[in-house]
Design a protein around this ligand. Structure first.
Ligand code: PMV
Length: 337
């Protein structure tokens, strides 16, 4: 049995625009998906998924990739999670040049599903890593990130950037622009996450932005403006000392850009009432800045606040189900056992 884990992430800046070749800066956070894999002697795939949401559930099925029998999957989100595992297996089989290799797979995760924290990327990265290692053929980090991206791209019908999967594979903060992906140094950032208990449909939300962008020049300008804003944010991070916590001035400037980024995402139609309520609760609690993270539509916001105030205020905000401090995950995918 080989067990690997990979972190989720928040977007400091740049989601959605990254799909159109603008830069984005996601940061890996210490919430992980853990995948245990045992190679089988036959061509069957058996997946057991546990605790894939904060509420927890269990689902089991047996079958080959792309040929899952009807199983009693509790929610569409769980169905989607199992789809990502299928694609991870397809990528592992391809890497191993063993198209019929069977596996027993157990997935556990403390990353809420479909909530903008990169749950699917973490499952795919940890799954491919565990499956290839279990067969004695580990992939290097870049190939692993690339295969995880291809798996996401497949499930999301061509609507995925490399940001989530690269960040989950490498850990830390990363910069993604088109096919260029690189780790970057950042000072430690006081990230606070608020979760509304819901989820957004990434495919639908990305399609909505695509339509707006095709229909209106000003929507295309909005996407480009997000790119400009990300470049400002990157420059701030590059000038800061990565060995020191972020200064109050830096937090104020980064926070201002996060607020601006949220406004532009809101304009692109990907925020929601509960996300806006949490963003405003964070700002009222004097967070340095706050924005939705990930695809939007529901799920999580991220705020910058070195004090306890934002976390406490979010916990009392109607529509916020959970709030927690998110430590930057320096390590990306790793072997647990
Ligand atoms: O909600 P998440 O964690 O799947 O993030 C989606 C981010 C998008 O930029 C909207 C899509 C992508 O693949 O980059």
């Amino acid at each position: 049995m080989t067990v690997c884990s990979a972190p989720g992430k928040v977007y400091l800046f740049g989601e959605h625009a990254v799909v159109y070749g603008e830069p984005a800066v996601p940061c890996a956070i210490e919430r992980r998906a853990t995948v245990a894999v045992e190679p089988r002697d036959d061509d069957r795939i058996r997946v057991e998924a546990r605790d894939l949401s904060l509420n927890g559930f269990t689902v089991e099925y047996a079958g080959s990739t792309g040929e899952r029998p009807d199983v009693d999957v509790p929610t569409p989100l769980v169905e989607a999670a199992v789809g990502y595992v299928d694609e991870a297996v397809a990528q592992a089989r391809d890497a191993l040049d063993a198209p019929e290799k069977g596996f027993d797979i157990t997935v556990e995760s403390d990353i809420p599903l479909g909530a903008g924290l990169g749950s699917s990327a973490a499952v795919v990265v940890a799954g491919i890593d565990a499956a290839t290692r279990a067969c004695g053929e580990p992939l290097d980090d870049r190939e692993l990130a690339d295969r995880a991206y291809r798996a996401e791209h497949e499930v999301q019908e061509g609507q995925a950037s490399r940001a989530d999967t690269f960040c989950s594979a490498m850990g830390g903060a990363v910069r993604v622009e088109g096919d260029d992906c690189d780790p970057i140094d950042t000072p430690s950032l006081p990230l606070v996450v608020g979760f509304d208990g819901g989820a957004g449909d990434t495919g639908e939300l990305v399609a909505g932005v695509r339509e707006l962008r095709e229909e209106y020049g000003f929507a295309a300008d909005t996407v480009r403006t997000i790119g400009d804003l990300v470049r400002e944010g990157e420059a701030l991070l590059a000038d800061a000392d990565p060995d020191e916590p972020a200064s109050a001035d830096l937090l104020a400037e980064l926070g201002g850009l996060m607020d601006f980024n949220h406004g532009l995402l809101e304009a692109l139609g990907v925020s929601s009432r509960s996300l806006d309520a949490m963003v405003w609760a964070a700002r009222t609690a004097e967070a340095h800045g706050a924005k939705l993270t990930g695809a939007g539509g529901g799920g999580c916001i991220v705020a910058l606040d070195p004090t306890e105030e934002t976390e406490t205020a979010l916990k009392f905000t109607p529509g916020c189900e959970d709030a927690f401090r998110a430590e930057l995950a320096e390590e990306g995918v790793r072997v647990e056992a």
